[in-house]
Design a binder for this molecule. Structure first.
Ligand code: NAD
Length: 253
């Protein structure tokens, strides 16, 4: 029997990260569930255990270098390896540019962009030695087109997509693949918070649904299945790509 692969999923205490951790575990991977929300992380591990999967949760702040190094070390010490780094965690900031404070801008960049850099760097260090590995990144359609009041998030995701390409080039000689996913609006706590904070939550939900040519928002599990595909050997010739999992939103003018 081949050795089980080991994955770190960041932001796996909820939403897309949680669904991905569960999907990975259901395919026999051992998963390190990394999140600043420790209770959420433990809950994800519990859900995986219920399905006879194997996972461990850890406090992991992707914007903190030591915290990222510790998570990689945990994967190596606890599960004896690391094969997949899914840099998924990010935060949103809904504000007009004129109202964004510098510390708020910095926080978004630190989590969304520096976090992806740190997770990639410390996973790649290990992957270069073993001459295999997969890095996945959750980007967003906001990298390519956007609307008002979300500039910091959009800029961070644009950075992530550019970084995805550069990282893919540097990783390829070591047989390490790097890809990002662009999810449409996915019904997770991130979007649920956005809907709840709006002046007309019902209207915003309907607008978000209609925005997608497919006529609805996505489910976290639908992104998780794309991530599992990109992590698998079925995607062995795919690197440097951005895969839209967006109900057609990016196809629309
Ligand atoms: N939900 C969507 O519609 C949507 C669309 C496009 C892209 N995305 C992207 O998908 C990813 C996941 O989003 P989601 O909707 O599941 O969000 P979510 O808010 O539901 O979950 C994000 C998780 O990340 C964790 N997190 C926040 N800061 C962290 C940090 N510094 N270190 C580690 N963990 C941290 C949170 O505690 C939370 O558990 C993000 O990169 C987001 O930008 C989401």
């Amino acid at each position: 029997m081949s050795k089980a692969r080991v994955a770190i999923v960041t932001g796996a205490g909820n939403g897309i990260g949680r669904a991905s951790a569960i999907e990975f575990a259901s395919r026999g991977m051992k998963v390190v569930v990394g999140d600043i929300d420790e209770a959420g992380g433990r809950e994800t591990v519990g859900m995986i255990a219920e399905q006879q999967g194997e996972a461990i949760s850890t406090y992991m702040d992707v914007s903190d270098e030591q915290s990222v190094k510790d998570a990689v070390k945990l994967a190596l010490d606890h599960f004896g390896g690391l094969d997949i780094m899914y840099a998924n965690a990010a935060i949103e900031l809904q504000k007009y540019i004129m109202d964004i404070e510098v510390h708020e801008w910095d926080k978004v960049m630190n989590v969304n962009l520096k976090g992806v850099f740190l997770c990639s760097k410390y996973a790649l260090k290990h992957f270069m030695q073993q001459r295999s590995g997969v890095i996945l990144i959750t980007a967003s359609p906001h990298a390519l087109c956007t609307y008002e009041e979300i500039s910091a998030y959009a800029a961070s995701k644009g950075g992530v997509v550019a970084f995805n390409r550069a990282l893919a080039l540097e990783a390829a000689p070591y047989q390490v693949r790097v890809n990002c996913i662009m999810p449409g609006a996915i019904d997770t706590p991130m979007v649920q918070r956005e809907i709840a904070a709006s002046s007309d939550p019902k209207k915003l939900r309907e607008t978000l649904e209609r925005m997608h040519p497919i006529g609805r928002m996505g489910r976290p599990e639908e992104v998780a299945k794309a991530a599992a595909f990109l992590a698998s050997d079925d995607a062995s010739f795919i690197t440097g790509a951005s895969l839209a999992v967006d109900g057609g939103i990016l196809a629309k003018l």
